[in-house]
Design a protein around this ligand. Sequence first.
Ligand code: SDX
Length: 393
Amino acid sequence: DTGVFTYDPGFTSTASCSSKITFIDGDKGILLYRGYPIEQLAEKCDFMEVCYLLLHDELPNGRQMQEFVNDITYHTMVHDQLTDFYKGFRRDAHPMATIVAVVGALSAFYHHELDIRCPIDRNLSAIRLIAKMPTIVAMSHKYSSGMPFMYPQNKLGYVENFMYMMHATPCEDYVQNPILVRAMDRILILHADHEQNASTSTVRLAGSSGANPYACITSGIACLWGAAHGGANEAVLRMLLEIGDVSRIGEFIDKAKDKNDPFRLMGFGHRVYKNYDPRAKLMRETCHEVLNELGLHDDPLFKLALELERIALEDEYFIEKKLYPNVDFYSGIVMRALGIPTVMFTAIFAMARSIGWIAHWDEMISDDEQKIGRPRQLYKGHTQRDVVSISAR
Ligand code: SDX
């Protein structure tokens, strides 16, 4: 259903689909989830409220919130046989590889009960996915670290439960510190959805064939893994560690500008934002809060990131190309401060984005008019020609 939308007089864009979930104005740096500005959601809501909003188009009242959280809490465990899937991997497998496999395996455990045309079944798929992603992500971390799995403690809240299972920091410090819990909650809110990004478009295209939601979400996880997309947060941290000192920033800015050098400034630029990514501003504020709370206000990596941003934003190349920090530029520094291993950054992104993916899947499947996606191409190959026998070739 390719349509042509006119957003502003004189500005038209060929859209691949229509959706009511998220709105982005890349030139103005505006991001709305179901009409609510990301800045207000990040300040006034928690991730569970945002999950409810993305799924049901309205923020929940008290009763709806309680029911939703109870449903999520009920489904946090995974089938014990599912844990066997991890054992097939080497311990040094990238967590995204294990997560792709285990989420895909959910199809084998829940697919047969699922009628995707039934709203109740679709809602249960969403609940199961939101509930189980933290458990699966934490298990991928424990497996790669050679530590025993921690099972969900359902007396804890969603984020606290995740960090308990991750044991990323001394558990007591983390689970009982509201500033650190709130920081992780905000990271999940900021990554929850983002319109038709590559991974969400992948989920929608996979879903348009009628494939089960767990298989579709798996395709989104695989797509997110790329360094140009969700893998950028891990790449930003590795880049900052490689730069090492403010004295070397100019060297890397020059590399990023060199057309003959494949290096790009990770965490900068965006397919849609030609202004400051509103999520990056919120992530930088979260950075300040977490580092101050942990007594790390002089964190050298954060200071390096701030100086890199300042220099890049004053550079005519970045100004001309409209390259600004995106959501990934500061997220890694926050997660590192929260004790999350670098190799787990993209997995956290996938955990957060799962709600966006399943909301878009549900929106598409519930549209009776939707047809299977079938992108066309600009053919640049040979014109028609005849085969000759191999002896004549
Ligand atoms: C995410 O789509 C989404 O919504 C994604 C996301 C989400 O929430 O789902 O927002 C999450 O993926 C954020 C992006 C994370 N990726 C990175 O930070 C990796 C580094 N950034 C880039 O690789 C790049 O900016 C992209 C891939 C994000 C966008 O690349 P494009 O499509 O080439 O961007 P563009 O058309 O705006 O580029 C304009 C120019 C180009 O040069 P010219 O061809 O005009 O000579 O700027 C250059 C680009 O080569 N450029 C960069 C650059 N990003 C773009 N040059 C140096 N460093 C960069 N980071």
